[in-house]
Design a protein around this ligand. Sequence first.
Ligand code: SF4
Length: 429
Amino acid sequence: MKVQKEQSMLRQKQMLADHFEALSRAKESGRKVVYTFVPGNLTELIYTFDMLPVYPEINALQSGMRQRSRDLIRGAEETGYPEDVCSYVKCDIGMMLQGNVGPTGQVLPPPDLLLLSYTGCFVFMKWFENLKQLYPDAEIAMLHIPYQGDGSIEPGAVQYIVDQLEREVIPKCERVSGKKFDYGELAARLDLSGQAEELLSEVFDSARHTPSPIDAYFGGVYYVGPIFTAFRGSEQCVGYYRELLDEVNARVAAGQGPVTPEGPMVQENFRLVIEGPPNWTHFRDFWKLFYQQGAVVVGSSYTGVGGVYSDGFRHSGAQPLRSLAEYCLGCYTNRSLPQRIDLLADYITRYRADGLLVNSIKSCNSFSAGQLVMMRELEDRLEIPVGFIETDLVDPRYYSYSNIKNRLDSFFQMLEQRQSLGAGREVVA
Ligand code: SF4
């Protein structure tokens, strides 16, 4: 089967290929390399110092999609990492132990700086502690982001982060890159980020239409690609999102649904909101279980992991360091359970979802805890059908096709019965 792709997808593929190419030439071009995480990333700041970012989770998920993660995980387990450790970590460590050959087949350069933005997940810290052992020559900088445990940003939290940026992160970036910090350049980059985020928000908000012109989960992981990875704060990123929004608007005008790997979705039967990341090792099979039933995802929490924009946050060059701090604080991973519930409730009502599905990640002990509580709370509050499945990010041992299919079939039957009983939804064109 020839996989159907939107023009923006092809453009993104090329952007990523160019980035990996630049990484493979980092030594000869003299550019320093920063390993950092997607949630709370400081991409604009990294580029202000003309350094190149590497995101371990992106390498892991790309390895998963290319069927390489099984061997990499096994390699890490053979050196003593237990089975229930986060599979992103093992995939990443396994990749480094086997020569640090990235998902595109090119060797990735070692880090000059390990920049740990600590947002919500304790594993991030242990992950980089392990990387520091593998790369003892790399500098390490930690940016501590206070968790929104009480459901709001504590007074002083923004200033606390700004102080760390000024005293710890920026001086280390200057030292590693040999370049003086340029406040004006950072501000200009943040303004570009704000423009791209505005366009991305319009893309996600198009799910208010029926049929929805987008799939906010399976398509959504492509939509967030440039903003979650190496391109935030660039003209290229803004250009990508303009093109994407044009594509989406054209589908709205034509009354079309999202593009799936087998072409445009013809019939929208169910609208879902999903909590939890997708499975990467069987991504297309997993997606097919939905689109072959006419199920389209109109909202997902996963696409907020690298930044939540649906509540109006935009990076801005007006107060650059405060803007970075507010961004880090607001990432989905840094929000409390009640905040995550409210966000999902907002998506369910705003996009008139028929049901909520939780995809719990077997080896993500950080975010799977609490998902059943969230699901029950939303079921009671909104009287909406809910479903629960379990897969993994990049460990194929935890993907059971028949198990997931059975559960999804029951879930879709439940939605169908409810629709036949008259709990249908109004149509907004
Ligand atoms: S949030 Fe989950 S998947 Fe991400 S690093 Fe933490 S444990 Fe791993």
